[in-house]
Design a protein around this ligand. Structure first.
Ligand code: NAD
Ligand code: UPG
Length: 442
């Protein structure tokens, strides 16, 4: 089938490449001409395992085309996916102006019957609004129908998530559009959950809010574990063995970041507020997360009287491993706090360094070429992303620090490993390892 995808960001590019790989003819349209040029040459603008290979393969066989010309991209296509951003407004609500702009462009350009598929995460009722907008602007003799098809991929495993998703959600009020959607996804062999448009829109927000709730819940349990002498890692395993609870998203740490959970939880609070419902639980989840993101700074302040002039190493900048995305990463909040306290910050990340150099600019911040360079002469090391490279380093590297003091926000090492290596170590929801007594401190 001939398909257009508007917005070649994370979701649009991965969707476009995977649809092409499944045999469809896909045109990805993005207003960023620089990005389009790179993609035309087989260069992915994002770091995403497995994506470049598929991008090159599908460009070569001619199933994938990139353009910044919407009218050209819409020529002869039956289905248009919208995958542009829905960032956060100042009040936390979702900004749907990019999605509305695309809907209007489609209405102006469409020359024959078209199905629009909204992949972007949009507040409940947005697709109905888009349909009304399109009906207002489209030519009279054509039909444009809209379908909600929220995206559930995770950054860092986006390609795999697309091919092996647990479900595909399709919200549609039209039999013709539903049939087309089933055809598009036929070869993916993934269960399809068909529902109405508003429920599909809500499934996306509810899923992200629920996962964020699990994370804030385990982080609060972790904070209590530290105070009562329990180990959150063991608690999470024990809880997860109950199949009603499950093991996933119970990894305690320094909170959730990224381009989705922070903005989608806040947007859902707004969606509820707009219908006079106070989503108290979710407000708690958001507050817990914001405190959790800087919990290591609190621990650091307990250790040192003042952070002024202290050299502190940051290991890991991306909001999670296997991505170079820094959006809403805990590292940004931590670094901001440390800079305010007058510390000298030296950062290292295996992949997100180039993005970081353009995002985190301050005279007190420098970048190191390796973990070794970052920790050398530092008075504390803060681990913020659990990259394999960081998890698998020889722990001796920390013993060469000016003060061998490690704050691990992602519980990368076992307490036994750390005790054997010999440095002071504080993690999340577990006893601290003290250097002098070699005892575990509560
Ligand atoms: N990033 C994720 O992991 C993820 C996962 C699931 C859902 N989502 C949702 O998907 C949507 C897209 O997210 P993203 O992270 O891919 O966004 P992104 O910011 O990475 O990409 C958006 C792209 O759209 C382009 N664009 C903007 N206006 C355009 C227009 N009029 N025509 C053509 N291109 C245009 C931009 O240049 C940009 O390349 C959001 O609603 C997000 O909440 C994201
Ligand atoms: O047990 C866990 C799991 C995750 N995280 C953190 O949560 C954030 C988000 O992680 P993850 O969900 O793996 O990555 P995203 O790419 O943000 O994916 C989420 O957001 C996407 C955008 O909406 C959805 O499509 C996905 O289904 C949803 O998992 C990261 O900072 C992780 O460090 C934890 O702290 N503990």
């Amino acid at each position: 089938m001939k398909i257009a995808v508007v917005g070649a960001g994370y979701v649009g590019l991965v969707t476009g490449v995977c649809l092409a790989d499944m045999g469809h003819y896909v045109t990805c349209i993005d207003i960023n001409e620089n990005k389009v040029e790179r993609m035309k040459n087989g260069v992915s603008p994002i770091y995403e395992p497995g994506l470049t290979e598929l991008l090159k393969k599908n460009l070569e066989v001619g199933r994938l085309v990139f353009t910044s010309d919407h009218r050209k991209g819409f020529k002869e296509v039956e289905v248009i996916f919208i995958a542009v951003g829905t960032p956060q407004n100042d009040d936390g609500s979702a900004d749907i102006s990019y999605v509305e702009d695309v809907a209007k462009t489609i209405a102006f350009c469409a020359e024959s019957d078209t199905i629009i598929v909204t992949k972007s995460t949009v507040p409940v009722g947005t697709n109905d609004r888009l349909q009304a907008l399109i009906n207002l602007h489209k030519a009279n003799d054509i039909t444009i129908e809209i379908v909600s098809n929220p995206e559930f991929l995770r950054e860092g495993s986006a390609v795999n998530d697309t091919f092996y998703a647990d479900r595909i959600v399709i919200g549609s009020n039209s039999e013709k559009a539903t049939k087309k959607m089933k055809e598009i996804y036929q070869d993916f062999n993934i269960p399809i959950y068909l529902t109405d448009i508003r429920s599909a829109e809500m499934i996306k927000y509810a899923s992200n809010a629920f996962l964020a709730t699990k994370i804030s819940f385990i982080n609060e349990i972790a904070n209590i574990c530290e105070r009562v002498g329990a180990d959150v890692e063991k608690v999470a395993v024990g809880m997860g063995l109950d199949q009603r609870i499950g093991t996933s998203f119970l990894k305690a740490g320094i909170g959730y970041g990224g381009s989705c959970f922070p903005k989608d939880t806040k947007a859902l609070i707004q969606i509820a507020g707009n219908v006079a419902y106070d989503f108290e639980l979710l407000k708690g989840v958001v507050n817990v997360n914001s405190k959790q993101q800087t919990i290591l700074v609190d621990k650091l302040k307990k250790k040192f009287h003042s952070l002024h002039g202290k050299r502190l190493a940051i290991l890991g900048l991306a909001f999670k491993p296997n991505t170079d995305d820094l959006r809403e990463a805990a590292s940004l909040m931590v670094i901001d706090e440390l800079v305010k306290e007058g510390a000298e910050v030296i950062c290292y990340d295996p992949i997100a360094m180039e993005n970081a150099k353009q995002t985190i600019i301050h005279p007190q911040i420098r970048f190191a070429a390796s973990v070794e360079d970052a920790v050398k002469d530092s008075e504390a090391a803060l681990i913020l992303t659990e990259w394999d490279e960081i998890k698998s380093i020889d722990l001796k590297v920390f013993t060469h620090m000016k003060t061998p003091f490690v704050l691990d926000g992602r519980n990368c090492y076992s307490l036994e490993q750390v005790k054997a290596a010999g440095f002071e170590y504080h993690s999340i929801g577990r006893s601290a390892v003290n250097l002098q007594s070699e005892n575990l401190l509560i």
